[in-house]
Every structure is written in C-alpha cells, then in structure tokens.
Design a binder for this molecule. Sequence first.
Ligand code: OXD
Ligand code: MN
Length: 654
Amino acid sequence: MGIDNTTRVKSSEMFASHFLNESAKSDKYASVIEHQKAYTVLYGNLNKLPARVRYFVEENAKVCQPDTIHICDGTDREKDLLYYILQRDGTIKPLPKYENCWLTSTDPADVARVESRTFISTQEEHDTVPRSKPGIKCTLGNWMSPTDLQSALDTRFPGCMKGRTMYVIPFSMGPVGSKLSKIGVQLTDSAYVVVSMRVMTRIGSRVLDALKDGEFIKCLHSVGKPITPGISAGNAMTSWPCNPRDTIVAHLPERNEICSYGSGYGGNSLLGKKCFALRLGSILARREGWFAEHMLIMGVENPKGQKKYFAAAFPSACGKTNLAMMEPTLPGYKVTCVGDDIAWMRFDEHGQLRAINPEAGFFGVAPGTSMKTNPNAMRSVLKNSIFTNVASTNDGGVFWEGMESEVPDNASITSWTGTENWTKDTGKTAAHPNSRFCTPADQCPIIDENWENPEGVPIEGIIFGGRRPEGVPLVYEAFDWQHGVFVGASLKSETTAAAEYKGKAIMHDPFAMRPFFGYNFGHYLDHWLSFQNKPEVHLPKIFHVNWFRKGPDGFLWPGFGENSRVLDWMFRRIDGEDCAMTSAVGLIPKPGSINMSGLEQEVDEDALFDLSKEFWEAEVKELGKYFDEQVGEDLPSSIRQELCNLGERVNSDL
Ligand code: OXD
Ligand code: MN
C-alpha cells in the first residue's frame, strides 16, 4: 500500500526498458489501440510470434486489458527482471542462507487447489462425468455447461488485467521437441507464475521454435485483481493479489483451452501441471492411445546392476516425492528419479510402455521433508528454488514441521503468516501444511540419466498406493491387467492438505486421479482395459502398496528407505521369481520372501499381511456402493466382475 498506482506502473516500465531489445522497442512504439484500450509490449516482439500465438495473445489482451505485455524468452536476463519486480512488489524475499532461493507467502485464503471451483466444460455432461445415482453428488469431476461457463468467464475476465502486465509464456510439457511432448502458451498477470513455470516446465523462445505454426493448448490465467486508479483496489496492491470469492479453474477440452481466475496458488495457476498435464492430458491420451497419469517415475537398480523403471500412483501428499527420491537401505540397491508427480506413458512400436516426466521441476509438499525422510529432496532445494508458505529463520533459511533438528537451536522462526519468534507453543504450525518447494528437477542428486530422454524410459511395473491405516497389506500384486485396473479403480486414501479438505477421512481416489480426471471415469476405465487385448503390447505388472498400516503402537512398517525391500520383491516378481502366493486380494509375498535382513526396527510380518474377513467384506460392500452411486452404468462390466470375484475370494479364503 502507499504506492501510487501510476507511479508504480511507470517506474516498472522505466526499469524494464533497460532490458528491452531493439525489436521490442519498435513494437512498443507501435502500441496497439483497440477497444479504447492501449497496451504496450514492453518485452519481446508480437510480430515475431507464430500467427496463431499472436492471435491468441491479441484476442485476450483485448478482453483482459493489461497495461503492458511481456513475451517470455526464458533467458537469465528475463529471470533477473522478474525477480526484481517480485521483490519490488513485496511478493518474494530472498533467502540469503542459500543460493538464489526465494520465499513467498500467499494470502491465507489462497493456499491449495480448489476442487469445488474446478470445472470441465463439454457440450455433453456425460463426456465429463459418469451418471451418478440420482440425489448423490458426483465426486469424479465437476461439469459446467459451455453456456454457464461462458457467462462465468464473461463476468470475470473483461478488464481483469488492468494496471498489470500480461506475461506470455510459451511452454513445453516434456523435453522440447520430443514426440511425446506437448506445447502450451499461458497468458498470466502473475510474475510469480512466470518464475514458477520457468522451474516446472521448459519455457521461452526455444519452445516457439519447436512449435512453428502448430497447435498448442491455450491457457489463460489471471489473479483477478485489476489495479484501477482512483477506485479502491481491495487487495489489488498487496503482495499476493487474488480473488478467492470468484475463483474458477475451467477446462474446455473441445477448444483445447484452460481458463483460471482468482487464485495464484500453484495447482490453480501453474496451468501446465494439473490442468494441462493431467486433465486435458488424459483426454488427449485417450484420443491418441496413451496415458496421462498422476504417477511418479523411478529407476531401480539391483546389486547385479540390472535396472527397471516403475511408475507409481499415490494420492496427493502421500509421499510420492519421498519414494521417487528414496535412498534404499537394502545394500547394493540404487534408486534414480525421473519424476515425482506426473507420467505420460505410451506403448512404443515394440509394445514396450515408455514414460516421460512432462515436468521440469518438483512442486513438493515441504512439511515432513527432512534429511531423515528425503535427503535427496533436501539437497535439491538449496538453490534456485521458490518456497511458498514455509516459515523462515533469522539466518535467512527456511523451516517447516519436520526440520526441527536441522535448524540451529537458537534460531528464531517467523511463521508463514508472519508471526515472529514462533514456537511450538504458538498453537499453529510454523509452515502451512500445504506449503511447497519449487525446484528444478536436474538439481536432484539422483536424477536419472534418462530423465530427459525424448524416447522416455521403459516401464516394467505400475504401483498403486494410498494411506490405509487399517486392513490393507504392505504389498500385493494384481493377478493380471484387468485385476490391476480394478485395483487402481478401488484406490482409497486418508485425505491430505493438498486440496481444501479438512480432517482425516478415508476417501476414494481412483488411480489417484479423482481431482484430475479430464473425462468420464467410466470411459477412462474402458481406455485402460482396452490394452489388455492388444497382442502387440507387453503389459507391465501392477502392484498395490500400503506403507501406512497401523498397529496398536503406530505404523507397522518403517517406510522411507526401507521401502526398497518391497521394490526388491516387485523387481524379482517381474523377473519371474516364484516368491508370491495367492490370497483373496491378490498375490502376496510368500513368507520370508521380502528381504528383512538388517532391518533396525522389528517388523510384525503377520500383522502387515493380515487379511481380515470382516474388513474385506466391508471393503467389498463399500466399493460396490461407491461404484453404483458414482459410476453407475458407466462402470465397465469387467470391473464389476472383478469386484464379484474379490467378494467370492474373501468369502471362501478368509
Ligand atoms: C500436487 C497435488 O500438488 O497432487 O502434486 O496436489
Ligand atoms: Mn500431485
């Protein structure tokens, strides 16, 4: 506050003009005047954009009416300018303890994905969501009619960027130029979004060179707080402008468009991630015969030097980043990380499933990450990172729950909301539970040598998992692909802070994709099932894991690096070792077949693998109710059959 709007825009123009190149200057003086609104291209050259991109920018500039336009080139010079602007506006502050690290705190009303305001808009509702039982709300996606969406957009976007800069971010999901990659262009009025997209995706001129005059996904984002001189600007001039009351995140698959308004928080504003790579991605994947999944990708090398890649789906904040960067405790094992959140996978011409990580960075949940739980993440984040809603220390470092033994005893902590001298007794957490680090992937000490291989890495095992305190064994293998698809469809987990949910209920999260399906979940299951009859493809094995089972004294399994013991078992299963036996839920390890040697904590294997008839009968019943209510007639008959089979096995075996 206290800064005059006009002065602010002018001084930013003056500063930015030091960075302008000659072509940008000539474009600047050829300001475009349309709809009584002038905007100035301060950085970059509209004339040099591919025609479709230029049209997209100009059409939206007419509507959003930014004062200035900045076309991102992805250079370091540009990065310096953006960090200058963000510091000047009080959005970020440096963390001098580390190299090129920054801290930002959002508005406390803008801290997570807002699933209730996230919509897919298609002509036919049924293309987006299954027909849930009358009177029951469908939790597998929100549909909005194109007419309703248009009026929602019409009341939000016109004039929404007044007084601000519209940044144009050409970005590639996946290595630039790979045939598995896809290109998007995001328009945004948030410089925080630009610096974060710079970490999370590949941005800039090289992407436009790869795009040429091709198609791209059109992404429009605004924080929804125009700066209007003379009119009370609300929080428009604060360091984190946002508009939680009117937030909407909308996907228009029929137009390859994403429009997001009102939130600057990552999952709602970094449109390459959940919106493009998962929601629109899953639609493109179905259309083109591949998979866009909420999965980490990791390489596992055994002591003989043999290597396999796994993809693993866990609901948000269930430890995907920890698993992807794990330090195996099992001697001779090595894990490498390809990605921690999203996998795009396709069968190649030899029938081998191959995956790329479409992202270029990690947007990881900070609390709980420590040298004990994820040393590789801790080593990754200490340079070139943006931290959001974590606490800070008086020596210019970061702090969050889990880092207690990693800050000096006498450190004075300022909480994410600005409470100085924070202590545990303050009653609130120091960092927001959904606070994040945003870090370039190539800084991970165990990044896989093939992580940017345009061909992708060969996937031999797919893992599903969730937080299941009760009843679900440490690991089991699906009998076959169809059963594996059923296992994915049945995935459940305790809720987390990554979205707006509170409490610790067990929620269904099929394929860990519940918040991210781009289309009807029944059709999604058909798509997965369609691969089982293709003779030309080699189907990977499917597993289910549960690191979170509890006994009377807490967790039954130590987790983290010890999970390598479970990976070793899966590795041997893929190699055909006879180390599994049939159970009601799937193939479980034969007694003694999980290598437990050297485990520091004594583990109760019986409790870890115990299958209770009562629990599983209730599970089968509850799953049946869920499928009936939520998926109804869209549930493929083979999935219904798998549920019956499970029910019969539970009845006879347990
Ligand atoms: C994420 C999420 O941010 O799943 O990755 O919510
Ligand atoms: Mn995620």
